[in-house]
Design a protein around this ligand. Structure first.
Ligand code: NAP
Length: 507
């Protein structure tokens, strides 16, 4: 049962005096449970308990942490229908998506469990001593990765499971040996509490130290207090550029600055060559209408920007894209605030000089349902006006018609950093594809050829992160097993006797 309390080092408590409720966006009403924001004392206890737990947790053998991660996955499944119902009630997302996201969350936990069951993930390196080396003897050196310490994780509004309380950030941090304090996303605090209860049960069953996990409810101040706490050693965040940047700046200003791995906005440019439009424009339009509206456009990989070179087929293609997009049923957004953000950011883009709305879903929509839309603008106007480069979080895409290949390349070069870039082209295309790929790879973390950017496979070769502002550190990924690298640092041991080395470095 959902209590509305915070989960502080394995105990559920509500000592604060600020209350809030979540919203059912489909019905546009508040849900019943009253949640209590964490008090400063509760935040303090969560972090100091995490610090105490760190001293034990970091030393556990990998197979013990693997047992814990697998147990979390089992306990999440055991939450059964209550979890699915709460997820749908708080997010407006359908049950099929809830089941899919639950499966992904469990798979992430299990894949990190498999990864850390042995110690190879630590990138251990060995350099043998050369005592007889000329000029200067060489010492024995061995390098490994060790965990950073307690991590603050901010739950994402658009992934109540896979990027929230037991999502990728938490799973990878626990796998690395870092305790976690989650700030649950206020839009789905009930889902978060259920997941927190599953983690607590798993921790008890597998004998983990109590402070290994906490989850606090709260607004901006709770997040600020958490990131400012000297015993927090890194931050994982998914959300807006404003929020991610504020936390990044805050972390940099601490007496001891810490890394913030924030995954933020992206408009995910898609370059469609005139040849591809001429050959299969209608198919591309249909596929992209599906990708633009998938999950009501509330994916970080949503294709918000389509780029092409204007010719005699462009207009018909854009009309077809708009027709296919608005033919799909309107869907509910995550929250009234996300809906109002969609409307205001959409208006901010479509009211700029030279922008024309090609199609927009009309009719009597329920309050939190989104009217999908496709707009267009010339490459020249796009280059002049950076307001057109901003993310419109929802089922919206802007088609930029460049006058020639040089302008297309310039547009790509002027874009801010992106999570993904896609190229839709024909074999032996007229354009210089190698040049376009070269320009694109400098702006993105993942390039897709003849596909769609939505749908992020969880596997080792996935890169989910790109140049700023897609993420605050493009050298790391938030998805896949390499996400663990965000929470560790290298340590070298020089001339150490074997018995004093960590076991995995003794050979
Ligand atoms: P958000 O406003 O960035 O909030 C995410 C989390 O960070 C929340 O827990 C929020 O707390 C906290 N937060 C925000 N600003 C903060 C600050 N200055 N200091 C400390 N904590 C702060 O994101 P959201 O609520 O998920 O969605 C809002 C908008 O973000 C969307 O409309 C969309 O434009 C964008 N977004 C983009 C992506 C993407 O993947 N591209 C994903 C999600 C959202 P409070 O809720 O209490 O403010």
């Amino acid at each position: 049962m959902i209590t509305g309390k915070n989960c502080i080092a394995g105990e559920f408590s509500a000592k604060g005096n600020v209350e809030f409720k979540t919203t059912n966006p489909k019905l546009n009403i508040q849900n019943e449970t009253t949640f209590v924001e964490a008090s400063s004392e509760e935040i303090e206890l969560a972090v100091t308990s995490a610090w105490d737990a760190f001293k034990v947790f970091r030393k556990l053998p990998g197979d013990k942490r693997a047992e814990f991660l697998n147990a979390i996955a089992d306990e999440i499944l055991a939450l059964d229908q209550e979890l699915l119902d709460t997820y749908c009630m708080e997010s407006g997302l359908p049950e099929g998506r809830a089941i899919g996201e639950r499966g992904r969350t469990m798979n992430q936990l299990r894949s990190f469990a498999t990864l850390v069951a042995n110690e190879d993930w630590r990138e251990n390196t060995f350099d043998a001593a050369e005592p007889d080396r000329k000029q200067m003897p060489k010492d024995d050196l061995r390098k490994t990765m060790i965990p950073l310490g307690p991590i603050a994780v901010f739950g994402a509004s658009n992934f109540p499971l896979a990027y929230s309380t037991a999502g990728g950030d938490t799973a990878s941090a626990l796998a690395a040996g870092c305790p976690v304090v989650v700030k649950s996303h206020p839009m789905h605090a009930g889902t978060s509490e259920l997941i927190a209860s599953a983690i607590v049960k798993a921790a008890e069953k597998t004998g983990m130290p109590k402070g290994v996990f906490s989850s606090i409810n709260g607004g901006i101040q709770a997040g600020v207090d958490l990131v400012s706490h000297p015993k927090i050693k890194a931050v994982g965040f998914t959300g807006s550029i404003t929020g991610g940047r504020a936390l990044f700046d805050l972390a940099a200003k601490r007496p001891e600055p810490i890394p913030v791995f924030a995954e933020m906005g992206s408009i995910n440019p898609v370059i469609i060559t005139p040849n591809a439009i001429a050959k299969r424009g209608n198919d591309i339009a249909k596929t992209y209408a599906g990708s633009i509206t998938l999950g009501t456009g509330q994916f970080c990989t949503n294709p918000g920007l389509l780029l092409t070179i204007k010719d005699e087929n462009t207009e018909a293609f854009i009309n077809e894209l708009a027709k296919e997009t608005i033919a799909l049923d309107a869907q509910c957004m995550l929250h009234p605030n996300i809906k109002s953000g969609y409307v205001s950011k959409g208006e901010s883009v479509t009211s700029q000089d030279g922008v024309a709305i090609v199609g927009q879903l009309k009719g009597d929509l329920d309050p939190n349902y989104a009217a999908s839309a496709v707009a267009t603008v010339s490459g020249t106007e796009f280059l002049k006006n950076t307001k057109l480069h901003q993310e419109v979080f929802g089922p919206f895409s802007l088609v930029v018609q460049c006058k020639d290949e040089a302008e297309l390349l310039q547009v790509i070069e002027e874009l801010e950093g992106q999570l993904t870039g896609t190229l839709i082209a024909e074999d032996n295309d007229d354009l210089d594809i190698a040049e376009i790929v070269d320009a694109l790879q400098n702006r993105v973390g993942r390039i897709i050829y003849n596909g769609v950017p939505t749908g992020v496979e969880v596997c080792p070769s996935m890169q989910h992160g790109g140049p700023y502002p897609a993420s605050t550190d493009s050298r790391f990924t938030a998805v896949g097993i390499h996400a663990i690298k965000r929470w560790v640092r290298p340590v070298s041991y020089q001339s150490f006797p074997l018995e004093l080395l960590p076991e995995h470095l003794r050979k």
